[in-house]
Write a protein that binds this ligand. Structure first.
Ligand code: FAD
Length: 311
């Protein structure tokens, strides 16, 4: 068995594994796809101390850094089930899709999250060419341009407020007849001069010229009419889904949205099981935050292992 097993190989998992290995613990990482969401990202301009990099390059550097240590990297391994230790100090078991089982006294869960997609034509084709999911990341790329934000919940309205300060014009598009965001956010948004709000609108297509996004098509759900908006960017803000389906039966505490509940030391509700990054309740989902959380979870796992008798 491992002393520490990390499930997930994104920024949080990579950071966790390096911190654990540097403590001299026998460390493994099982990841469905090493690199995580970073592999789907083009320009990264907010990874502090590196003014510009690209996702695939950063993912390769994560892999290289991990390879500096004696870490057992099991890539392309999907975890399907967690069976927690029956007593404190015992071995937790992670069952993989290939039928194998991995065991460790401490686990660090870093299975990340995925943006909910609209599922309309053009969304996938124009990803990173006008279709974006992260205003903190990509907002500045649209300086002075016209964009839409799809989704009128808190994240959509926050994104629209954020973007209205950076871009030329923002159209907020909501499916329901009213916005669902907190009133204070709605009031703030309505006070901004360069914002339009469209409700009861079903986005039907992201339009483009083969190179870049050029517009958005939607159907007015109140009268069935079809409309298009000319713009250069579409921010999809209809939810971030944590990858915790595999934990449903484990007994670990999840929020109603499926995030793993952690305390300020990255401990979950199960002794010896820690979690870090986008899969958790940590506020703000960013690379730099996921890495910091991964490091924190490792130091907590270290603390746990040196204070707990093996059972
Ligand atoms: P993830 O990166 O999601 O990694 C999760 C890991 O777990 C992956 O290896 C995955 O394969 C694995 N996994 C999932 N389920 C299982 C399972 N059941 N079994 C085994 N392994 C599993 N952040 C920034 O700071 N700056 C940016 O510019 C930026 N741009 C972004 C652009 C896009 C298009 C996207 C999608 C995100 C962007 N982000 C950006 C957000 C950033 O990528 C995430 O916050 C960060 O990757 C989270 O790291 P993580 O390790 O917690 O999770």
């Amino acid at each position: 068995p491992f002393e520490v097993l990390i499930v997930g190989g994104g920024p949080a998992g990579a950071a966790a594994s390096i911190y654990t290995a540097r403590k001299g613990f026998r460390t493994g990482i099982a990841a469905e796809r090493f690199g995580g969401q970073v592999l789907d990202t083009m320009g990264i301009e907010n990874f502090i101390s590196i003014p510009y990099t690209e996702g695939p390059k950063l993912a390769a550097q994560l892999e290289q850094h991990v390879a500096e240590y004696d870490i057992d990297v099991m890539n392309l391994q999907l975890a399907e089930k967690l069976i927690p230790a029956s007593q404190v100090g015992g071995l937790h078991e992670v069952v993989l899709a290939n039928g194998a089982s991995l065991k460790a006294r401490a686990l660090i869960l870093t299975t990340g999250a995925r943006w909910r997609n609209l599922g309309v034509p053009g969304e996938f084709e124009y990803r990173t060419r006008g279709v974006a999911y992260c205003p903190h990341c990509d907002g500045p790329l649209f300086k002075g341009k016209r964009v839409a934000v799809i989704g009128g919940g808190n994240s959509g309205v926050e994104a629209a407020i954020d973007l209205a300060n950076i871009v030329g014009h923002v159209t907020l598009v909501e499916f329901d007849p009213q916005l669902r965001a907190d009133q204070v956010l709605q009031d703030k948004l309505r006070s901004m001069a360069n914002v339009d709000i469209i409700v009861s609108a079903q986005t039907t297509e992201v339009l483009g010229d083969g190179e870049q996004v050029t517009g958005l098509a939607y159907k007015d759900r109140s009268d069935g009419t079809e409309h298009t908006i000319d713009l250069q960017g579409v921010f999809v803000q209809i939810g971030l889904v944590p990858n915790t389906e595999w934990l449903q039966d484990s007994g670990i505490e999840l929020t109603t949205r499926g995030e793993i509940v952690i305390d300020d030391r990255a401990a979950t509700s199960i002794p010896g099981v820690f979690a870090a990054g986008d899969v958790t309740t940590v506020p703000y989902k960013q690379i730099i935050i996921a890495m910091g959380e991964g490091a924190k979870a490792s130091l907590s796992a270290f603390d746990y292992l040196i204070r707990t008798q093996p059972a």
